[in-house]
Design a protein around this ligand. Structure first.
Ligand code: AQP
Length: 336
């Protein structure tokens, strides 16, 4: 089983990223051949500060390593170090429907939030994301719930490529593997603590409602204490009627590794305030070892570069093969 996923170098990863993606990444290392990258090229699609990009890449990579990614057990690299991603992206754009890209919710949301230029790369972002995964012929892609539409699109791109350039291949035996999204059962969509009908997000969320992996314990406690709850007093998981409490139940269940039922049973007689305090404590406890390791690992930037270089070499051993096949099938470049 080959697994691939990428994470943006925002440097300020939040609890949604941690529960929805980073913890699953660590877990998937045990399940198969796991490949992860920090997608710095994706981060250039919206306005950013060039001088801060490398710092943000190091910050994000260190969070992943501190959470338990082990470069000996997975392939871990920086996207821009593997040029086949961008080449494949261009080639796959030829089998990507403009109309499909035009329907992407994330593009609409992010384009709507831009004050100045809406870049063409923000529009073609999902093609690069498809190339990231398809270059490895990965079978599974662990992501949060917000990525479902992008996963569907990358599946369509792979299917269309196979049909167009290798029509004789039997079903399921095409040159590109059609990947599946893997979504965590509990915690695939952690919501903003202040606006629990919106996903927790560093770009689109509220500051008080977004818990950062590197937040101080006191800050985490404060953010949970101020979390918006609902009318009524019962601690039950009902996303429609009680989005605030349901979100806290998801967070508590995810960090403790228990079911919603178990959370409801544990807090059957508790008040909202007590539950918020308990959830904050569980999050602080879960993040403490990550924060500790982060402080140890972050100082060694040369060490991080060495990890990226070794990862990129392993990654390119796979991507150069895929690109050679794709070029050959598309009639691009010299005969092999
Ligand atoms: N709220 C969330 N709950 C669960 N999973 C989430 N993910 C993001 N938000 C949540 C998942 O985290 C992974 C990495 O995401 P990313 O680094 O690519 O960043 P993102 O989705 O761009 O993160 P943000 O902060 O939420 O930014 P915006 O709002 O700009 O998109 C992905 O697997 C994602 O699904």
């Amino acid at each position: 089983m080959r697994i691939f996923s990428g994470i943006q170098p925002t440097g300020r990863k939040h609890l949604g990223n941690f529960i929805g993606a980073i913890e699953p990444y660590v877990h998937h290392q045990e399940r198969g051949e796991a490949i992860y990258c920090v997608v710095d090229l994706h981060a250039t699609t919206v306005p950013y500060e060039p001088a801060r990009m490398r710092t943000a890449v190091y910050d994000t990579a260190t969070i992943l390593l501190a959470a338990g990614l082990d470069p000996e057990r997975c392939i871990f690299f920086r996207q821009s170090d593997v040029p086949e991603h961008t080449e494949l992206s261009w080639l796959l754009a030829s089998v990507t429907a403009f109309g499909d890209l035009n329907r992407m919710h994330q593009f609409k949301e992010k384009a709507g939030a831009q004050r100045d230029l809406v870049s063409a790369s923000l529009f073609t972002y999902p093609v690069l994301m498809a190339a990231d995964v398809l270059a490895y012929r990965a079978e599974q892609v662990p992501v949060g719930d917000d990525q479902r539409q992008h996963i569907e699109l990358m599946r369509d791109i792979a299917i269309r490529f196979n049909a167009r350039f290798a029509p004789a291949a039997a079903d399921g035996a095409g040159p590109l593997v059609v990947p599946e999204g893997v979504y965590r059962e509990v915690g695939a969509r952690i919501m903003d603590l202040q606006e629990p009908t919106r996903k927790m997000s560093t770009t689109g969320g509220t500051e008080q409602g977004t818990v950062l992996v590197l937040d101080e314990p006191k800050t985490i406690e404060k953010k949970f204490k101020r979390a918006v709850t609902d009318s009524g007093a019962e601690i039950v998981h009902d996303r429609e009627q009680k989005p605030g409490i349901a979100n806290l139940i998801e967070v508590y269940a995810a960090v403790r590794g228990i079911s919603f039922d178990a959370v409801e049973a544990e807090f059957a007689d508790a008040r909202y305030g007590d539950f918020k305090v308990a959830t904050a404590a569980a999050v602080v406890e879960r993040l403490a070892p990550v924060q500790e390791r982060y402080a140890e690992l972050r100082a060694d930037e040369a060490g991080l570069e060495a990890i990226f270089a070794a990862g990129a070499e392993k990654a390119r051993a796979i991507t150069t093969q895929t690109l050679a096949d794709v070029r050959e099938l598309m009639g691009v470049g010299p005969v092999r």
